[in-house]
Design a protein around this ligand. Structure first.
Ligand code: GYE
Length: 356
C-alpha cells in the first residue's frame, strides 16, 4: 500500500484550489487509471500516484486498533466495523485486536503507519499515554479517528474526531434510576450499601461511569459505597470480584457493574453464595451496555436494569471518513443518544427488535 493521506484541512484547501486538477491520491495497488497528483506540499511531502475519482473502485484503507474481545459489547462493535468497512463499500480494513493492552495498540498504530493506511481508527484501551504515537501518525499525514473510548491528549489536533457514548451521563442516569427505584420501593431514606465492579481502570467507560455515579452518590447521603474494584469488563473477573465482595460484606444492597458481562459474573457469584438478586431478590444488580444477554438476564429476573451504550460505531466512523474525503468539516466530539431498560418494561418485545 503506497498511499499518502492528507488532513481534512488540506483536503478542503485542495478542493478549493485544485478543483480543476481532479482528486487527491490513489493507492499504488489500485487498478484505477492515473489521473492527477496530490500537491507535493501535502503533509509528508512526496508525490503519490494520482487519485481515481469517486466511483472508480479505489479502496480506502482503514486500520482499526480495537481494544480486544472482552465483552458482548466489544463483539458487536467489531462486527459493526467488519460489516461496514468491506471491499463492497469501498474499504480495505486492517483489524487489530489488542487483547486489552495499550502497548499492543501502540504497536498496531505503528504498523498501520508503516503500511501507509489512509485512516487510523482507535478505540483506546485507556485515556492517557497516546501523544507520541499520535504525533507519529500526524507526521505521516494519516488522520486518526477515535471511536468508543476517549483519549486524553493536550493537543486535540492529534485526532480528527471522536464518536462514542456519554459515559458520565450513563453513570448519572444509573444513579437517577436507582433513586427512583428505591423511592418507589419505600427505601428512599434507608441506608443503602453499594459496591461497584468497575471496568478497566483508566478507560473512559470506567472513568465516566464511576464519575457519573459519584455525582449521584453525593446527592444521597444515605447511600454508602463500601468498595470499588475493577472487573476488567469481563464476566470471569466480574464473578471473582463479586465473590470477594460477598466475603467481605454481608449486607450489600446494590451492585453496580460497569458493563453487562461483569453483571453476569456477579449474578453467578451471588447465586453461588446462596443469595438472590434482581427485582425479587436480596441484591439489586445494575449494569451498562444493554446487550441482548442483559435482556435475557432481566427476563430471567436476575438483573434489575441496564444503561445503554451503543456499540454500532462502524457506520458512524464511515460517515466521518466520507466527510473528510469530501473535504467537509466534521464535529470533533459526537455523542450517541442512549436509553436504559429495566424490568418494568416489555423486554421481550424490545429484545425482538434489538440489533446487539
Ligand atoms: O461498556 C464494555 C466494553 O468502552 C463502552 O468496553 C466500551 C466498554 C463497554 O468492554 O462492555
Amino acid at each position: 500500500m503506497k498511499r499518502k493521506v492528507v488532513s481534512a484541512l488540506l483536503i478542503a484547501a485542495m478542493t478549493l484550489s485544485l478543483a480543476a486538477c481532479g482528486s487527491k491520491e490513489a493507492p499504488a495497488d489500485t487498478q484505477a487509471p492515473a489521473e492527477t497528483e496530490a500537491p507535493a506540499e501535502a503533509e509528508g511531502g512526496e508525490e503519490e500516484t494520482p487519485a481515481a475519482d469517486a466511483g472508480s473502485g479505489e479502496l480506502i484503507t482503514v486500520g482499526y486498533a480495537q481494544v480486544g474481545a472482552e465483552s458482548d459489547w466489544r463483539t458487536a462493535n467489531t462486527e459493526s466495523f467488519k460489516s461496514t468497512f468491506t471491499e463492497e463499500n469501498g474499504y480495505k480494513l486492517i483489524f487489530d485486536d489488542a487483547q486489552q493492552k495499550q502497548e499492543n495498540q501502540i504497536k498496531a498504530i505503528r504498523s498501520f503507519i508503516q503500511q501507509e493506511v489512509d485512516y487510523i481508527v482507535v478505540a483506546p484501551v485507556v485515556e492517557t499515554g497516546w501523544e507520541t504515537v499520535l504525533e507519529e501518525a500526524k507526521e505521516a499525514g494519516i488522520p486518526v479517528i477515535l471511536s468508543d473510548r476517549m483519549m486524553d491528549v493536550s493537543d486535540d489536533s492529534l485526532f480528527e474526531a471522536w464518536v462514542g457514548g456519554n459515559f458520565v451521563k450513563e453513570g448519572e442516569t444509573c444513579g437517577d434510576w436507582l433513586a427512583d427505584y428505591l423511592e418507589a420501593a419505600g427505601r428512599g431514606e434507608e441506608e443503602i450499601n453499594m459496591v461497584t465492579i468497575q471496568g478497566t481502570i483508566g478507560a473512559s467507560a470506567q472513568v465516566g461511569r464511576t464519575e457519573g455515579m459519584a455525582n449521584k452518590l453525593a446527592e444521597h447521603p444515605n447511600w454508602k459505597m463500601l468498595e470499588m474494584q475493577s472487573g476488567e469488563f469481563t464476566q470471569a473477573k466480574g464473578q471473582e470480584v463479586m465473590e470477594s465482595f460477598l466475603k467481605s460484606y454481608d449486607d450489600i444492597d446494590v451492585v453496580i457493574c460497569e458493563n453487562d458481562n461483569e453483571a453476569f459474573g456477579a449474578i453467578d457469584a451471588i447465586k453461588a453464595a446462596g443469595k438472590t438478586c434482581g427485582p425479587d431478590g436480596d441484591i439489586i444488580v445494575v449494569s451498562f451496555d444493554s446487550v441482548k444477554a442483559a435482556f435475557e438476564s432481566m427476563i430471567a429476573g436476575d438483573l434489575n436494569a441496564t444503561f445503554e451504550c451503543n456499540p454500532l460505531h462502524g457506520p458512524r466512523v464511515a460517515e466521518i471518513i466520507q466527510k473528510l474525503e469530501a473535504g467537509e468539516t466534521v464535529d470533533k466530539i459526537q455523542y450517541v443518544d442512549e436509553a436504559y431498560f429495566d424490568t418494568s418494561m416489555d423486554l421481550e418485545a424490545i429484545l425482538a427488535e434489538r440489533a446487539y
